[in-house]
Design a protein around this ligand. Structure first.
Ligand SMILES: C[S@@+](CC[C@H](N)C(=O)[O-])C[C@H]1O[C@@H](n2cnc3c(N)ncnc32)[C@H](O)[C@@H]1O
Length: 265
């Protein structure tokens, strides 16, 4: 039964129509975006949600859009008492503090696609590594040298912890991707770039850290009509597009796209 159905007898029709259709679950935490018009009902909504999903122990209300370099959200605790949870995905476990680090479970399938692309013996760099949802399954499945970079100290702390939890070794670097030139002396076979919104320019920065015929998996946020122009731009800059696809909506008419790009020179 949907949240909407469960609240049918508890809310008047004008309020019921404002109840969010969905919510995200990370580990045992549910995150829901309750509109200000339902402020008086937010605890009732949180309790109803938890009664429907027995695995949910904490309910957080989203206060602001994810913002700032760390990409961590701001939340109000509506039920439960912790923003730290264990999330399982692609046979890995991730300890996450959703108030301090970015995490979304919506990309599990795409992250698994990347794991399948990686070959043994590669040198792999995951930029914007977060708590490790790309890095950890790659290292678990393939014999690679892998490095993760993030500028958020909390993300690096959780990434180190998650490496331990999953029994893998990785080189974790706390640093700014703008300074890549100074951070990495050797080039990589593959660079995974789950970049935050509006940071396509990092593609120019990573280019010099890529081996000849190396590959970049670029994540970018675009409206559908922007794609033909973006593809032309990539090709003009010498990138060969091996594959691209829409990985799902992030806002009205805006989607996250992935481009698998190879550089031949
Ligand atoms: C969109 S999140 C992606 C996190 C993770 N890869 C995932 O898919 O869940 C972007 C990450 O980039 C990090 N970040 C933002 N700007 C950065 C920069 N200039 N250098 C390094 N990391 C940065 C943030 O701290 C955040 O963890």
């Amino acid at each position: 039964m949907s949240l909407h159905d469960l609240l049918k007898d508890k809310l008047p029709q004008e309020k019921l129509s404002l109840v969010p259709k969905g919510f995200e679950v990370i580990g045992n935490i549910a995150i829901i975006n309750i509109p200000p018009a339902l402020d008086d009902e937010k605890y009732l909504i949180a309790q109803t949600l938890a009664s429907r999903r027995k695995d949910v122990k904490t309910v957080l209300g989203k206060l602001h859009k994810i913002d700032g370099d760390a990409r961590a959200g701001e939340f109000e605790l509506l039920l439960g008492n912790s923003t730290v949870t264990l999330h399982r995905e692609n046979n890995c476990v991730f300890c996450v503090d959703v108030a301090k680090t970015y995490f979304s479970g919506k990309m599990a399938h795409e992250r698994n696609r990347i794991v399948q692309k990686v070959n043994d013996d590669e040198d792999v760099l995951v930029l914007f590594a977060g708590v490790g949802p790309f890095l950890i399954p790659i290292k678990k499945a393939k014999i690679v040298n892998i490095t993760g970079l993030d500028s958020n100290p909390a993300a690096c702390t959780f990434l180190r912890k998650n490496c331990e939890l999953n029994g893998i070794d990785a080189n974790i670097v706390l640093g700014d991707a703008n300074s890549m030139y100074n951070l990495f002396k050797k080039p990589f076979d593959r660079i995974v770039m789950p970049a935050p919104y509006g940071r396509d320019y990092f593609l120019n920065i990573v280019s010099s850290s890529l081996k000849p015929r190396g590959i970049v998996h670029l994540y970018t946020f675009k409206k559908d009509f922007e794609i033909p122009h973006f593809k032309r731009l990539l090709e003009e800059r010498g990138w060969h597009i091996e594959f691209y696809r829409n990985c799902g909506d992030v806002a009205p008419r805006v989607s996250r796209y992935v481009f698998d790009l190879r550089k031949y020179n």
